[in-house]
Design a protein around this ligand. Structure first.
Ligand code: AMP
Ligand code: FE
Ligand code: FE
Ligand code: ZN
Length: 294
């Protein structure tokens, strides 16, 4: 039995550590197989491959693709943010690479706009936000949070997310990005396996499926969605049972992961949630884009 964690971030996106450091910490935590799934980039894969080989760990290449779904709730259109894990896609796939490039660009424009809104009330500047990220890394709200920490406005990222950076707060702007259905088709076309990351986290916690119609999920499954990351600290307990039933009905893959962002990035700890060897095998069997390094 291996300890398998299929979701982590490095400083190629919003994690605080290099891919090498992430794998060193994985080894120390007893994780044996780790997926690096930076937001909208594969730029950490090469370093992860090397680090994993040196440490004798398995490496599963992945991406956390930023997508947006349009859902009809009680006859009204609603846009929701859906993070789609893509396991083992071909990183050279032209359309996938172009889509990631565009998303990284629109994330940057959006982060600039959020910073601009914040600068009306706080002494934050875009230059300072840029200082918080490695060259070429995918920018997200965590970089803005880091700038606020640097300025002494908040003491850590979580405090920023609970305050000014909250999704429902006055400074929030959504990222313009690929539609969720289109992303599923694209990931499949690139030989990857699409799994929804931390489903139902941002939605009404009083309802098992956050008042989204079941049809929303059925449409994604019909398009080729392969599974759900059900065991994740942000997936509410009451959503898990419903998602498990849905997964059973369609014989989908079910995963569990940490979503590690570094020791000082987020409280999530490597190996705190894990995926079974059987489920990883199903991912590997379905993929044709690139190989897992086990
Ligand atoms: P964005 O993708 O720019 O909208 O930012 C969302 C990202 O912020 C998520 O992918 C998480 O990595 C990170 N995040 C969300 N909540 C927190 C938190 N409380 N502390 C640290 N990072 C967070
Ligand atoms: Fe993140
Ligand atoms: Fe995510
Ligand atoms: Zn993540």
């Amino acid at each position: 039995m291996s300890i398998i964690d299929l979701h982590s971030h490095s400083n190629r996106s919003d994690g605080k550590e290099s891919p090498t450091e992430v794998f060193e910490h994985a080894a120390a935590a007893g994780v044996e197989i780790l997926a690096l799934t930076d937001h909208d980039t594969t730029s950490g894969w090469a370093e992860a491959t090397e680090a994993a080989a040196k440490l004798g760990l398995g490496f599963v290449p992945g991406i956390e693709v930023t997508t947006r779904a349009t859902v009809l709730v009680d006859g009204a259109k609603r846009f929701i943010s859906v993070h789609m894990l893509a396991y083992l896609p071909d990183p050279q796939h032209k359309e996938l690479a172009e889509t990631m490039y565009e998303t990284v660009n629109s994330r940057e424009i959006r982060a600039m706009k959020i910073t601009d809104l914040l600068s009306r009330d706080f002494p934050i500047t875009w230059d300072l936000v840029l200082e918080m990220v490695e060259d070429g890394a995918t920018i997200g709200r965590p970089a803005i949070a880091d700038a606020m920490v640097k300025l002494g406005i908040v003491s850590d990222r979580s405090e920023a997310f609970a305050g000014s950076l909250d999704k429902h707060g006055p400074y929030y702007i959504a990222t313009e990005t690929i539609d969720t259905l289109a992303a599923i088709k694209l990931i499949l076309d690139a030989g990857g396996v699409p799994v929804i990351a931390h489903p139902l986290t941002d939605l009404n916690p009083n309802s098992s499926r956050g008042d989204l119609p079941e049809e929303h999920f059925e449409i994604l499954v019909a398009a080729g969605l392969a599974g759900f990351e059900i065991y994740h600290r942000e997936v509410p307990e009451n959503a898990r049972e419903w998602l498990l039933q849905l997964a059973k009905k369609h014989d989908l893959i079910v995963t569990g992961s940490s979503d590690y962002h570094g020791i000082h990035g987020k409280p999530n700890r490597l190996g705190e949630n894990t995926t079974s060897a059987e489920m990883l095998q199903r991912i590997i069997t379905r993929a044709s884009g690139t190989e897992a390094k086990l």
